[in-house]
Design a protein around this ligand. Structure first.
Ligand SMILES: NC(=O)C1=CN([C@@H]2O[C@H](COP(=O)(O)OP(=O)(O)OC[C@H]3O[C@@H](n4cnc5c(N)ncnc54)[C@H](O)[C@@H]3O)[C@@H](O)[C@H]2O)C=CC1
Ligand SMILES: CC(=O)[C@H](N)C(=O)O
Length: 374
């Protein structure tokens, strides 16, 4: 079932940038060489500007793929991975890994100095659903943690990336084509803490000259374990499709949310960090891929697995959160300021997720090779 473009991406064999697979959203297509844009960026980075990056919370959903891409682009010693949990024996994509609790500011200093780090990517956080279950911890990790990170960035003149989220918007926000600057007023502790991070980062930029950068991500779809968010269903649905042919969805069939494929998320971070400060008219930008409802992603899966079934058991907590978030984001300013562009639409994402999970399942049975970037 996999297209030629997909096979190319999985096995890193593509050589040209011509398109072989089309998608209805924004009339896009998967590039035949999915790593081409990353290779080009690495080749165009002057030696004295090569990033040496420390990632906090790097064992979460987004950190591992980003670390793998950074190593591919800038070499094995370009990334220091940190988190607070022990690495499992099967996590063989984890390298140069150290324990780092972001609530310990002195320990962050130490890791930056010892690792000769010039760029800090701050991924540690409690996401929307788990944040509601432990508000005091969410406040500590998401607010105190950000304060510590910004102080360290100021002290060591670091470039610092702290992601924000669609969760930084609320029910009073215009929900369709949500612009960068609008009413926010989120109703989750996650959203409140992310607005704080956006504003505090911008304050450190204007007041102290810290090179703070932030992107408001939509839900990210990847073949890695999600950390307890409202958009997690859009990952689990693929695992359930392949294991059971059936997914029980906790959101209503018509709940539309903006999403993005993992590799586009990684690209947004790396191209944004590589942009010159003079290109940036803002420090916090929306970025997005495509929007869909549970019914629409199920229909996309059925193009590859015609017998797939979806049923619904609504989780009131997550439904309420989803109902307060944008249905689609406007990211035109990122597109014009620093040439942001997503490469993957819904059907490409579906095709790749199915292929990656099939490989993961085969690997578990000892039938497939290990690391893949797609
Ligand atoms: N995954 C998504 O769909 C989206 C993610 N984001 C943001 O991107 C960032 C990364 O997200 P994910 O990887 O999905 O999160 P995740 O929940 O999968 O990973 C977060 C990591 O932070 C670590 N952590 C928790 N407390 C810590 C502490 N005291 N010190 C150090 N590390 C600690 C956890 O061990 C975990 O590995 C977060 O800031 C999140 O808000 C934004 C929008 C969408
Ligand atoms: C969109 C996010 O920030 C995250 N995936 C969540 O659902 O909490």
């Amino acid at each position: 079932m996999a297209s030629k473009a997909l096979r190319s991406s999985l096995f890193r064999q593509a050589t040209s940038s011509s398109c072989t697979s089309t998608n209805q959203q924004r009339g896009m297509a998967i590039p035949a060489d999915p790593l081409g844009r990353f290779r080009q960026l690495a080749n165009s980075t002057p030696v004295d500007e090569k990033p040496r990056v420390l990632i906090t919370g790097s064992l979460g959903q987004l950190g591992r793929g980003l670390a793998t891409m950074l190593r591919f682009m800038y070499g094995e010693d370009s990334v220091v991975m940190t988190d607070i949990r022990k690495v499992r024996a099967d996590e063989n994509d984890v390298c140069n890994y150290h324990y780092l609790d972001i609530l310990n500011e002195g320990a962050i200093d130490e890791a930056i100095v010892n690792g000769r780090v010039n760029t800090l990517i701050h991924f540690s956080a409690l996401l929307s659903a788990v944040g509601e279950q432990n508000v005091p911890l969410a406040l500590k990790v998401n607010c105190q943690g950000v304060q510590n990170i910004l102080e360290v960035a100021k002290r060591h003149s670091l470039k610092v990336f702290i992601p924000s989220t669609i969760g930084a918007f609320g029910p009073e926000t215009p929900r369709v084509d949500t612009p960068d600057i609008t009413v926010q007023r989120p109703k989750t502790i996650y959203g409140v803490s992310k607005v704080y991070a956006e504003l505090l980062g911008e304050y450190y930029h204007h007041r102290f000259g810290v090179d703070f950068r932030s992107l408001r991500f939509p839900g990210i779809i990847s073949a890695t374990k999600p950390g307890g968010g409202t958009t997690d269903y859009a990952i689990k649905i693929f695992y359930d499709a392949l294991k059971d042919g059936h997914h029980v969805c906790y959101l209503n069939p018509d709940t539309r949310l903006p999403m993005m494929y993992d590799t586009d998320c990684t690209a947004s971070v790396l191209f944004f960090l590589a942009a010159q400060s003079s290109q940036l008219s803002m420090r916090t930008y929306n970025v997005t891929g495509f929007s869909f409802t549970p019914e629409e992603i199920a229909a996309s899966i059925r193009k590859f697995m015609p017998d797939f079934r979806i049923t619904y058991e609504i989780c009131p907590l997550r439904q309420k959160i989803a109902d307060s978030w944008p249905q689609s984001l406007n990211d035109n300013i990122a597109r014009s300021d620093w040439a942001w562009k997503n490469d993957y639409g819904l059907d490409e994402t579906t095709e790749i997720m199915i292929a990656l999970i099939k490989r993961e399942m085969a690997r578990e049975k000892g039938e497939a090779p290990k690391a893949v970037i797609a």
